[in-house]
Design a binder for this molecule. Sequence first.
Ligand code: SIN
Ligand code: FE2
Length: 220
Amino acid sequence: MNDLFENEKVGSRERLGNDAFVLKGFSLAIADDLLATVAVIETISPFRHMMTPGGFTMSVALTNCGQLGWTSDRRGYRYTSVDPITGNPWPTMPTQFLELAQAAANEVGFADFIPDACLINRYVPGTKLSLHQDKDEQDLGAPIVSVSLGIPAVFQFGGFERSDPKTKTPLFHGDVVVWGGADRLRYHGILPIKNNTHSTLGEQRINLTFRKASFSELKS
Ligand code: SIN
Ligand code: FE2
């Protein structure tokens, strides 16, 4: 039934804020390719459960591609150019990933988005991502582009204080959320994933989050 619901909305757009949108099904046409590429990336930099600075193990498993990768350990959250597990640079961001992120950003008015980081999150039923702000990036002028693949999730989108009211938006395979500008620092998170099965991914959800983490070193 989820697929039916999803298909009815493909091509439409939901507004979550002045500068925040869900583009329904925006990545659907290339979703299989994206997943095949994630499968290659994870052979180079595997999914892992990172430790938060507070000492908790994250229920989301993650890896990265791009010049910078988001990492967490007891010392804090930060971006690194090297995968701490392999000691090697993160896998290169595939052109297809870059082009998808740029096209989605452009679609809602963020021209010239050049992400240098792609965080790849993997969820299974029960996994959640607690409410947080994306604020480890140096350039808050660039938007966030977040691609949902696999089983559905509920995206919470709040205000600038953790306790502000939140909207709850279901995200399906192929949906892309873009937020930036006035909404760039809004709290957001993923509610615990419900049991479900996706035809390609089984009981998994993969999320690609594109960000510009550095200031200007990639501009030339
Ligand atoms: C994130 O906030 O980094 C990921 C959100 C998502 O999984 O959709
Ligand atoms: Fe986030």
